[in-house]
Design a protein around this ligand. Structure first.
Ligand SMILES: Nc1ncnc2c1ncn2[C@@H]1O[C@H](COP(=O)(O)OP(=O)(O)OP(=O)(O)O)[C@@H](O)[C@H]1O
Ligand code: SF4
Ligand SMILES: [Mg+2]
Length: 334
């Protein structure tokens, strides 16, 4: 497998992204200095528990966060070399849905209940290609069929409430890929679905990636979902990147105590017990991140330095890096 570090053919390069919100409890440091890259045709996963900053990172890429409550957005989000943070709203409208599209975490809430699904997909085609409804319906039927929707002619004339959860997710994916974007962001695409449908949706995402050579940013709290698609994994904790690496290496040898805890909490690791292993404690409030390493209150290996000083990024190999004091001094020489 090619390394993310050795290959310069990047589609998206996120550098030092910071996204803060103004809340009644004070500033929420939702994403706090996160960097990662996605190559063309590569699937990268953002992993972490609830509240770690996965969705906020995705919404920042699409510039869908607004002031208020957004109070600070900085860093660089380079897409094909252009920094999206500096683009005007008009320029972003041309990128959204056309070059970067997203399947949102709550699919039902991103479809308008009062319009037929075909009309909603046709709106996307009209916005980006100026096509009329009649012109776009043929293409939409083909895309719906391609994402596994049977009888697309009938389906595109239905309202969202007439479709099952699995079908709604396929419609959302059809809408996201109809303009053949270069990057597809899928935010927890299978969380609300039952196990059989989950497997089908993951198979579909894999097929889209291979057949259309699309890059995918997969967001999930579930490492077993990520394993099915992603070649590169970025682990977030409380708004910080704590580990990243090629899937092969991360799955064989996770290093950060938080990544290890995520693996231990997988059903397969719970040894058939009725109650699954859990990570003691919870993700801290982003308005009150712990000093030093943000994971220290939950970390079984925490040392004094962890409570007072933030760990630096340590590149262990071209295929893996982490932010953990346990590995200080183990950095590879480049
Ligand atoms: N609009 C907002 N205003 C204030 N705080 C926000 C806002 N959106 C997100 N946050 C905070 O930012 C942090 C990260 O949220 P985010 O939605 O990115 O989490 P996530 O990793 O996607 O979690 P989940 O797995 O539950 O979807 C959370 O603490 C959340 O409360
Ligand atoms: S830096 Fe310290 S607290 Fe943080 S994960 Fe490593 S050992 Fe645990
Ligand atoms: Mg989310």
């Amino acid at each position: 497998m090619k390394s993310n570090i050795q290959n310069n053919n990047y589609l998206l390069e996120i550098e030092n992204l910071k996204v803060y919100f103004s809340t009644v409890l004070g500033t929420a440091y939702a994403v706090d200095d996160i960097s990662f890259k996605i190559r063309r045709g590569q699937a990268v996963a953002l992993v972490g528990e609830s509240g770690c900053g996965k969705t906020v990172t995705a919404l920042s890429i699409l510039r869908l966060l607004h002031t208020p409550p957004l109070s600070h957005l900085s860093g660089r989000i380079k897409f094909e070399g252009r920094d999206l943070i500096t683009l005007s709203e008009e320029e972003m409208r041309r990128v959204r849905g056309r070059h970067i599209s997203m399947v949102f975490q709550e699919p039902m809430s991103s479809l308008n209940p009062v319009f037929r699904v075909g009309d909603q997909i046709a709106d996307v085609m009209k916005m980006h290609f100026g096509m009329t409804k009649e012109e776009s319906f043929g293409k939409i039927e083909k895309v719906m069929e391609w994402v596994g929707i049977t009888d697309p002619h009938m389906r595109l004339r239905q309202y969202p409430y007439e479709l099952s959860g699995g079908l709604v997710q396929r419609v959302m994916i059809a809408m996201a890929v109809v303009c053949e974007p270069k990057l597809l962001i899928a935010d927890e695409p299978t969380t609300a679905l039952d196990v059989t449908i989950q497997a089908e949706i993951l198979k579909l995402l894999r097929r889209i990636k291979h057949e259309k050579e699309m890059s995918v940013l997969l967001i999930s709290h579930d490492l077993s979902v990520v394993a099915r698609i992603a070649e590169w994994v970025v682990v977030l904790y409380a708004g910080k990147k704590v580990e990243e690496g090629s899937s092969t290496v991360i799955y064989a040898k996770p290093t950060h105590p938080y990544t290890k805890a995520l693996f231990d909490a997988l059903p397969a690791k719970s040894g058939g017990k009725k109650r699954l292993n859990t990570i003691p404690g919870s993700v801290p409030l982003t308005t009150e991140p712990p000093k030093g390493c943000r994971f220290h209150p939950r970390c079984p290996s925490a040392m004094h330095i962890c409570e007072v000083k933030e760990p630096p990024w340590i590149q262990l190999s071209p295929e893996q890096g982490n932010a953990c004091w346990l590995y200080a001094g183990e950095e590879i020489k480049t």
